[in-house]
Design a protein around this ligand. Structure first.
Ligand code: F6R
Length: 602
């Protein structure tokens, strides 16, 4: 996720762009930049926080009445001056800011380099100004060149384009990443999100999929690219406050991030490509494999362990990072995949350093480009879920799981566990999973709110699962504990009778995470054991799962995904339940007591 803004009008662009970027910083804060137009393109950009860059380079003193700006959350190429946006073509006449991921940038870059284009960054974005300039040089106009360039791009994008020879014009395109027009008097804006527009105007026009907009100070014209049709759309009046707008209109970042998971998983799957392939080769070369992580990332590691066993017949040990050096050895034949959203967790860094000191190899899966773990790893992979502002991890969990699913499918095919058709079918289900997640979220919102209302006075909650349902239960329990302070304990269904069953009394709430698969029948027997002790059984299950319905007092249904994809949807009602419990108990889910987003002490 990055933030983009554009302005064309009668005032000096740069101070307005800076003001807008300040309000987009929650979308990315590892680098920032601006390009304005007066006679020629003026560009200033660097790595670091927006205010530092403003102090150092004086972004706001750039000249001109047209300009674009960007705050970056790196996905391709580390945070650095040359990777910061805007990116330019060779002639220095086309400037582009971009939010999204270009999947086929390597192919396009090779083709353009063969035609003589010189690239200066490691980003996927840089292909865009070069492609536009390629079509401009062939004599096409600006709009047509942008359209043709976008036609070559696969992936997600929201772009704003500035062209030195057309100083009173700004072109924007939207595909899968948000983009809005803001209309003022004699001035027009473009932005990724409403907060950036609020200081200037409340008249907003959201772009729909595959639409292009051409802005001048006095007008904006929209066109649907695939059909070529002009689109008439009137501005709507936004009534949000600036704070509400930053959270996308939601009361908390936690809820916003829970609800943006379909988008985040889509980005993860779009961006993984060659990198996931390298990771599968990296892991196959090892004789002993460990996945290490803490908290939520550890739960994703456990999901990964089950997936690799089930889909690829590969044995992986999932280890809590802080226990790794105590419990695991290693040598040149050992590899670790460190799973860490922030890439800064001290326990994870210690575990990877321990393995490296024994001669083992390290790969990492993180959300933060250039974070400490990337410097300790021989292979670096990114989930590309966008910045996670809320202290509790939600969207990064499902993105980690989606990445591990993709990896397991590759390894499954490689190991011969999955034949080509099976892999193809699972892959297409995985690529379609954001749609199912969307449905699961929609159907769970009110159900979990009603359930939370009944549970506000509870002191204990148990979650049970078997198979892939077990790590999902662990993650659900963690969410409940972190933000609602209700004691929640997760158990593998089979473990109940070895102790915890003694704690169940009449009315004790228990949530069964009843994922489909071979172990579900045994979980149903566990449900009966618990019901016999008077427990109140709530079950997360696939819709129309009659068997679970018979054994549960209340059902939280999710769409059918089959066993392997189930962690992506089954966790959603549990996250929402935790959120509603938190709000219902008058707590602030964005700021859980005693917890920090990034734990840099051991
Ligand atoms: C849970 C949570 C923590 C983190 C843990 C690891 O909601 O946020 O449990 O998952 O501190 O953090 P990363 O993934 O950054 O290493």
């Amino acid at each position: 996720m990055c933030g983009i803004i554009g302005y064309v009008g009668t005032r000096r662009a740069a101070p307005l762009l800076l003001e807008g970027l300040r309000r987009l910083e929650y979308r990315g804060y590892d680098s920032a930049g601006m390009a304005t137009l007066e006679g020629k393109l003026w560009v200033r950009k660097d790595a670091g926080k927006l205010e530092e860059i403003e102090r150092k380079l004086g972004l706001s003193s750039l000249p001109g009445r047209t300009g674009i700006g960007h705050v970056r959350w790196a996905t391709h190429g580390s945070p650095s001056r040359r990777n910061a946006h805007p990116h330019l073509d060779d002639s220095g006449e086309v400037a582009v800011v971009h939010n999204g991921i270009i999947e086929n940038y390597l192919e396009l870059r090779r083709v353009l380099e063969r035609k003589g284009h010189r690239f200066v960054s490691e980003t996927d974005t840089e292909v865009i100004p070069h492609l536009i300039s390629h079509f401009l040089r062939r004599g096409e106009g600006l709009e047509r060149s942008v359209e043709r360039a976008v036609g070559e791009l696969k992936g997600s994008l929201a772009v704003a384009v500035l062209y030195a020879r057309e100083p009173e014009k700004l072109v924007g395109v939207r595909r899968s990443s948000p983009l809005l027009v803001g209309k003022g008097n004699g001035e027009s804006f473009l932005a990724s999100d409403i907060p950036a527009l609020l200081p200037f105007t409340r008249r907003v026009v959201p772009l729909q999929e595959e639409e292009m907009v051409v802005l001048t100070p006095s007008s904006f014209s929209l066109r649907h690219l695939p059909s070529g049709r002009a689109v008439a759309r009137k501005p709507m009046e936004v009534k949000w406050t600036a704070e509400m707008a930053e959270k996308g209109g939601y009361p908390h970042f936690t809820l916003k991030e829970i609800l943006e998971q379909p988008w985040a998983v889509g980005e993860t799957l779009r961006g993984a490509g060659e990198e996931a392939e390298k990771l599968s080769r990296f892991l196959l070369r090892a004789e002993h494999l460990y996945f290490v992580g803490c908290g939520t990332s550890y739960h994703a590691a456990v999901v990964g362990k089950y997936l690799l066993a089930k889909l690829a017949g590969l044995q992986v040990e999932a280890v809590v990072a802080s226990e790794f050096s105590e419990s695991c050895g290693g040598d040149g034949r050992t590899a670790v995949l460190a799973i860490t959203q922030s890439g800064e967790t001290a326990d994870v860094l210690r575990a990877v350093r321990h393995l490296r000191s024994l001669g083992g190899r390290v790969a990492c899966l993180t959300n933060v480009v250039g974070s400490s773990v990337t410097r300790e790893s021989q292979l670096v992979c990114y989930i590309r879920a966008g910045p996670e502002v809320s202290v509790v991890a939600t969207k990064t969990f499902t993105s980690q799981v989606a990445y591990l699913l993709l990896l397991s499918l590759r390894l499954g095919e490689e190991s011969g566990r999955l034949d080509r058709t099976e892999k193809k079918e699972l892959l297409s289900s995985l690529l379609a999973s954001p749609g199912l997640m969307e449905r699961a979220l929609r159907s769970s919102l009110t159900r979990t709110k009603a359930l939370a209302r009944k549970m506000l006075e509870e002191e204990h909650l148990y979650l049970v699962g078997r198979g892939l349902g077990y790590p999902v239960a662990m993650e659900g329990a963690l969410k409940v504990k972190e933000i609602s302070y209700l004691h929640a304990e997760a158990l593998a269904g089979g473990e109940l009778k070895h102790g915890t069953l003694a704690l169940l009394e009449k009315g004790t709430p228990v949530i069964a995470v009843a994922v489909p698969g071979e172990s579900k029948g045994r979980l149903m027997s566990n449900l009966e054991e618990m019901r016999a002790r008077g427990a109140r059984m709530i079950a997360v299950a696939e819709e129309r799962d009659r068997e679970v319905r018979e054994h549960a007092d209340l059902l939280l249904p999710v769409p059918r995904t089959g066993e392997f994809l189930s962690p992506l949807t089954f966790i959603l009602p549990l996250q929402l339940l935790a959120y509603h419990l938190s709000v219902g108990r008058k707590l602030d889910p964005d700021r859980p007591r005693s917890l920090a987003k990034s734990v840099t002490v051991e």
